[in-house]
Design a protein around this ligand. Structure first.
Ligand code: 6R9
Length: 635
């Protein structure tokens, strides 16, 4: 690829060009992709509405870029290598040719089941190659996919299906994750009680656990494939999409109650995912690239599927978890497939670090060239452990900062090019103009400063809207600071101009790299019959990065507090999913509130962090005495 940055000088030149002449800069990069018709205008934007349009008037299909265009020279190269949860189950390889065939067939299955361009399809599947096939098949025939992570509850899925008015669900009978079988179809059945918009459910066979199959609604993946094969529908011409047609919706948590459907569109997202993948990881043809994320999150969308495939890479997909059957599983996989790039999350690194070096010592990790980190701030200890024991001090670590809303990586070192510094995401990619702002919204200039992180110019991968509610998108991201996209993160810029992300400044907790809104957890806790009120904050957690700490007022304080805690945890699991279960629940008789009735989370956060001496001014509280009680009974 000739947009590959090869040196720090290249980077500086590209960066300068991207700021001075952004349209020319991105047009050049976009010209390396396949378009049915080129754009009339590279960029049209204002952050007021917001309106963001990239490559306006262009026509394309992202799957022609991810599949068809590689058939000439990479037909027999592995596109996806799949490793099962069970180390004794045979792995699978799909070459570009095979993946192209499978995606075409399944796109025909979708059409045969009444899905049309623009329809929304919910995907709730285990990490098997068919998940990637389902995603790409939607993109090929113009349906908008909404992938929901397997750890969400029936209620969460129902909320997402209703919000997007999905017509179809693609799922599996079940999924394997570590020692557990996840009853995916059962969860879907529970969700669909509330979702009249869903006409069809396609069910893949994976665990073959007994499930219900409802006549007229549920069909088996395998039967549907046979049907289109019998009809001879093997090829599927890719649908011609406008650059700004919606490609997918992905729900994520913010500071307000319910999750938002972040919308990405075809053209800009493709260019950004491909460009960033190639440059950040410095991918070389033939390399084996392993991203350990789940496709249910943005990292899986951009850096397991779209980015790597757009660049003709070999992407390794793993069904299981890092600790099954033991804490050496990642290293076994690196050894087995001679992985060159490993992209994982700090929470996984910390958990494997705790398991000790016995699980690393006999593994051949010499194939590794580049290591990546994503999802949350990486602490120095984890960074050094990763560097020394996995990279053997020979692999650059790219600490990549970005978000669901940004579509792709934003601030990061370029592997082997940018000098790294533990716990710093270092420098913005070309095209990205970060600014730090103070409370008043004034830009903070110079180095050795910190503030709230905003971006002041559009980039092709950025969020276009929140599904069905554009005003919400404006409110959330473009209203806090004038003419800027607000990330919700705090950040410092050091003396070298390097950026270090310090964590969320809004009411979002980052638990094991998963974004969870405190308001969402509070709503779920408040649904428990005996709860009067609750307040949820994050606190530092050794493995998860942040844990969930809930302060709860019960109507009838229970004799058996342990049981009450478990009941509340089960309630939260039911309402949101196991990923949102509070780590600590403290029963209190009152919450610190201002005279206007606002909960003072700042105080609760300090208490949860164990910083009892620095609670600040509590004299403005309605009843300062509650603070004493909460402090004394802290867990
Ligand atoms: C890609 C992804 C986004 C939030 C983001 C920030 C945190 C992600 C980070 C990081 C420090 C990094 N975050 N990467 N913090 N250093 N390298 O994770 O998207 O799930 O939307 O989360 O994660 O707080 O705002 P998403």
């Amino acid at each position: 690829m000739n947009f590959q940055i090869k040196s720090i000088e290249d980077y500086q030149l590209a960066y300068k060009k991207s700021v001075d002449e952004p349209e020319e800069f991105w047009a050049e990069i976009a010209s390396h992709f396949h378009w049915r018709k080129k754009w009339d205008k590279v960029l049209e934007w204002n952050f007021e509405e917001p309106k963001i349009e990239w490559f306006k008037g262009a026509k394309l299909n992202i799957t022609e870029n991810c599949l068809d265009r590689h058939l000439a020279d990479k037909a027999d190269q592995p596109a996806i290598i799949w490793e099962s949860n069970d180390p004794t189950e045979h792995h699978r390889v799909l070459t570009y040719k095979q993946l192209h065939q499978k995606v075409s067939l399944f796109a025909n299955v979708l059409k045969n089941n009444g899905v049309r361009k623009g329809d929304r399809v919910c995907i709730y599947m285990p990490m098997v190659p068919e998940l990637a096939v389902a995603v790409l098949a939607c993109a090929r025939m113009g349906a908008i996919h909404s992938v929901v992570f397997g750890g969400f509850s029936a209620q969460s899925i129902a909320d997402r299906i209703k919000d997007a008015q999905c017509e179809m669900v693609i799922t599996a009978d079940g999924g394997f994750r570590g020692a557990k079988d996840i009853p995916l179809k059962n969860v879907i059945d529970d969700a669909l009680v509330q979702c009249p918009s869903v006409k069809t459910v396609i069910v893949l066979t994976r665990t073959r656990t007994p499930i219900s199959m409802i006549k007229g609604r549920d069909v088996w993946w395998e039967d549907e494939i046979r049907k289109v094969e019998t009809l001879g529908l093997l090829e599927c011409e890719a649908e011609e999409m406008d650059a700004e047609d919606e490609l997918f919706i992905l729900y994520t948590s913010g500071s307000t109650g319910k999750p938002k459907g972040v919308v990405h569109t075809c053209g800009g997202y493709m260019v950004y995912a491909g460009y960033t993948f190639q440059n950040v990881f410095q991918y070389n043809p033939g390399d084996v690239y392993f991203c350990t994320a789940d496709i249910g999150w943005i990292t899986g969308h951009s850096y397991i599927i779209y980015g790597p495939l757009a660049m003709g890479a070999t992407t390794l997909m793993f069904e299981g978890v890092p600790t099954y059957p033991d804490a050496g599983r990642f290293w076994d996989i690196v050894d087995k497939y001679k992985v060159n790039t490993l992209y994982t999350a700090p929470t996984a690194i910390r958990s494997l670090m705790q398991s000790g070096l016995d699980f690393v010592k006999d593994k051949d990790l010499s194939s590794l060239k580049v290591l990546g980190s994503v999802g949350e701030p990486i602490n120095e200890e984890a960074w050094h452990w990763y560097d020394e024991n996995i990279g053997k001090k020979n692999c650059p670590i790219v600490d990549t900062w970005w978000q669901t809303e940004t579509g792709g990586i934003m601030i990061t070192p370029l592997a082997g090019i940018t000098k790294t510094k533990p716990s710093f995401a270092t420098l913005p990619l070309p095209g990205i103009q970060p600014v730090l702002v103070d409370e008043k919204g004034e830009e903070i200039l110079g180095n050795n400063v910190s503030g709230n992180l905003c971006i002041k110019f559009p980039w092709p991968g950025m969020i276009r809207t929140t599904y069905g509610d554009h005003e919400r998108c404006r409110q959330n991201y473009f209203a806090t600071y004038h003419n800027m996209y607000f990330t919700g993160d705090g950040c410092l810029r050091d003396e070298d101009g390097y950026y270090r992300i310090t964590g969320r400044v809004d009411d979002v907790i980052n638990v094991s790299g998963h974004r969870i809104g405190t308001a969402e957890v509070e709503n779920a806790i408040n649904m428990f019959s005996d709860v009067i009120e609750s307040a949820v904050v994050g606190y530092p957690h050794e493995i998860k990065g942040q844990g969930i700490y809930a302060f709860v007022i019960l109507n009838h304080p229970s004799d058996d507090e342990e049981l009450a805690r478990k009941d509340i945890a089960v309630t939260v699991s039911r309402i949101i999913g196991p990923i949102a279960r509070p780590d600590k629940i403290q029963f209190v008789t009152g919450l610190p509130k201002t005279r206007s009735g606002k909960i003072m989370r700042r105080i609760l956060r300090k208490i949860a962090e164990g910083d009892l001496e620095n609670l600040g001014d509590i004299s403005t509280l309605l009843d300062p005495s509650v603070v004493e009680q909460i402090k004394n009974e802290k867990l």
